[in-house]
Write a protein that binds this ligand. Structure first.
Ligand code: AMP
Length: 193
């Protein structure tokens, strides 16, 4: 299966992606995680992306499309994957469509997480606290100021993707404000497994 999880930061995409990985046995491809790894490793991509990510803005389409193109070629992604945080612009979605066409692959569906944006800041603050309590390093962009920019980027650049996928008949939605287990069940119903 090839699935895209769509929704603003803090909507629960990552949490559900981890459950899907366990259930479906296909990898979670998070461009955010890949970019953070590139930043930590100090690669050329990481060096370009760091400041942009720290501001909460979007990294260039060219960089993320290149990362995804390479990643879906890896053996573990041959049977399918769960995209978390990609695509984030219409240009990325179009490039991804063209990429799948070239490879003769098909997207199964896009699951959009509908959330109440006012509650997202609280979720992010909680995520940062929980991470700290586990003794792990808190994401540099998980703070209320940068979060505002991330949400604005979502509204301006990513939200138009709902209509894009809707027009292609690929969009399904879940209520991301429900408890985690209920969202998992709703996703199971959509995917039929
Ligand atoms: P995330 O972990 O998905 O919240 O992503 C963290 C940051 O990585 C974002 O705020 C962006 O700066 C960058 N990023 C992740 N995925 C993308 C993408 N598909 N397009 C552009 N920037 C991205």
């Amino acid at each position: 299966m090839r699935i895209i999880l769509l929704g603003p930061p803090g909507a629960g995409k990552g949490t559900q992606a981890v459950r899907l990985v366990e259930r479906l046995g296909i990898p979670q491809l998070s461009t955010g995680d890949m970019l953070r790894a590139a930043v930590a490793a100090g690669t050329p991509v990481g060096l370009k992306a760091k400041a942009v990510m720290d501001r909460g803005e979007l990294v260039s389409d060219e960089i993320v499309v290149g990362i995804i193109e390479d990643r879906i070629e890896e053996p573990d992604a041959r049977q399918g994957f769960i995209l978390d945080g990609f695509p984030r612009t219409v240009a990325q979605a179009e490039a991804f469509d063209a990429m799948l066409d070239r490879k003769g692959l098909k997207l199964d569906c896009v699951i959009e997480f509908k959330v109440n944006e006012n509650e997202l800041v609280d979720r992010i603050v909680k995520r940062a606290k929980d991470t700290e309590a586990r003794g792990e390093q808190v994401r540099r962009d998980d703070n209320p100021e940068v979060f505002k920019t991330r949400l604005e980027a979502y509204r301006a650049q990513t939200a138009p993707l709902s209509a894009y996928f809707e027009s292609k008949g690929q969009l399904r939605t879940v209520n991301g404000m429900k408890p985690i287990d209920e969202v998992t069940e709703d996703i199971k119903k959509i995917l039929g497994r």
